[in-house]
Write a protein that binds this ligand. Structure first.
Ligand SMILES: [Zn+2]
Length: 92
């Protein structure tokens, strides 16, 4: 058994390197970022936020996002982009 377990471990290690890209794409997200040009996840645990439709239009324009229940879920980097474009409003 010992030999088999060792062999399996080796295989797993090698797979990790080969599948690096696939693994990254699969990264535990459940809620896709609402920005159409973005492939990240907007899960709260990953720093995602939700913006109002108006906020999303300001930055990405109509049709540049997908809304969910009247809000636009955005990933961390999209939220940052939005925040940058709305520097003047420091109400947060
Ligand atoms: Zn995004």
């Amino acid at each position: 058994m010992g030999f088999k377990a060792k062999a399996r471990k080796h295989k797993a290690d090698a797979g990790e390197i080969v599948d690096k890209k696939a693994k990254k794409a699969k990264k535990e997200g459940e809620i896709p970022c609402g920005i159409n040009s973005c492939d990240n996840f907007a899960d709260k645990s990953m720093g995602g936020r939700s913006l109002s439709i108006d906020n999303a239009i300001d930055v990405w324009g109509e049709g540049g996002y997908t809304q969910r229940k009247g809000r636009v879920r955005v990933c961390k980097s999209c939220y940052r982009k939005w925040k940058k474009d709305n520097k003047s409003e420091d109400t947060y």
